[in-house]
Design a protein around this ligand. Structure first.
Ligand SMILES: [Zn+2]
Length: 113
C-alpha cells in the first residue's frame, strides 16, 4: 500500500459519517448515505449500472418496504485483512467490502475539486 491508501485513523460515527486520516496527511470524510450508495458489492454495482443505463425520461417510483422511516446508519464495521473495511448497514445489507484504495478513490472532497 502507498501512503495515500494507508489509513492511520478510522473514525466511524454510525449515524453520520466515516472519517479517515491517511498516511499522506489527507483527511477524508464520507457521509453515511454516500458510503451506502457507493457500496462496492456486485449487487449494488449492478443496480447502479442499471439505473445509469435506464432512460432518463421514464418516471419510476420505488417504494421501499417497511423501514422507510428509519434513517440509514451503520450498525457495525470491521477491518478485513488490513486492506479494507466491511460495513454492516441498518437496512440489513453487509456484503460491501470497502478497500482503502476504493475509499480513497471515492473521497467526496477530492471529487469536488
Ligand atoms: Zn452492496
Amino acid at each position: 500500500m502507498t501512503p495515500s491508501t494507508t489509513p492511520v485513523r478510522l473514525d466511524l460515527q454510525k449515524q453520520s459519517q466515516l472519517t479517515i486520516d491517511w498516511q499522506d496527511g489527507r483527511t477524508s470524510v464520507y457521509p453515511i448515505s454516500v458510503l451506502r450508495t457507493l457500496c462496492p458489492c456486485a449487487t449494488c454495482k449492478q443496480s447502479r449500472q442499471e439505473q445509469a443505463a435506464a432512460p432518463k425520461n421514464r418516471l419510476s417510483l420505488r417504494v421501499l418496504p417497511g423501514t422507510v422511516e428509519q434513517p440509514l446508519s451503520a450498525s457495525s464495521a470491521e477491518l478485513v485483512g488490513g486492506y479494507a473495511l466491511r460495513i454492516d448497514w441498518s437496512d440489513g445489507h453487509s456484503s460491501g467490502i470497502y478497500s482503502f484504495e476504493y475509499l480513497r478513490s471515492i473521497d467526496p472532497q477530492a471529487a469536488a475539486r
